[in-house]
Design a protein around this ligand. Sequence first.
Ligand SMILES: *Cc1c(COP(=O)(O)O)cnc(C)c1O
Length: 220
Amino acid sequence: MGRIADNLARIRETLPAGVTLVAVSKFHPAEALMEAYGAGQRVFGESRPQELAAKYRELPKDIEWHMIGHLQTNKIKYIAPFVSLIHSVDSLKLAEAIDKEAAKAGRVLDVLLQLHVAQEETKFGWDAAELEHFLQEKILMRLEHIRVRGLMGMASLTDDMSQVRDEFRTLRHAFEAFREKYLPEMDILSMGMSGDYPLAVEEGATMVRIGSSIFGARAY
Ligand SMILES: *Cc1c(COP(=O)(O)O)cnc(C)c1O
């Protein structure tokens, strides 16, 4: 087995049934993705729309492509016709723009709402109160070409694992509360990356986004 296949096997062994592994392949060449594909991986995550679209064109058509990075409204058109899940919806403006592009493509797009739970100012996402307002007022539910499947979040980049755990727990509590009150059909909680996914799984993640532990360091 090659190194990437090895890494995938090792990670899959630790994931409970029902947790989906998104292989985060941003900045890695098509050959690296093909090695993962050869090892059975079919779900890939990318953070830049044009790179995602180029890989979609080049690689096998049974791959499920996930957009995981911050998305600008003028770039949605590159991915709307084929993307499987957008993890990073962090504003009403973006949700409305995705709805519009999805309508043009004749699709209903699955999305996750990105919640800001980290201490860092720089990470994108709604704050919980703001998001709750839009859910309460049913503003997001009026967009007929998006389907909210769940929440996504990123923990702080810190060695303090109790803080990371607290942030994942905050995310799960928001997920459960919003599901109960507003969106009973939500079924995806996307949290956990290479450095912290075991904690995320313990705290209830149903989807993890893992890059460097599979593909190695990224060459930017
Ligand atoms: C890059 C990225 C990941 C993967 O990070 P690794 O530390 O390489 O596993 C996960 N989620 C998001 C949103 C990312 O941008």
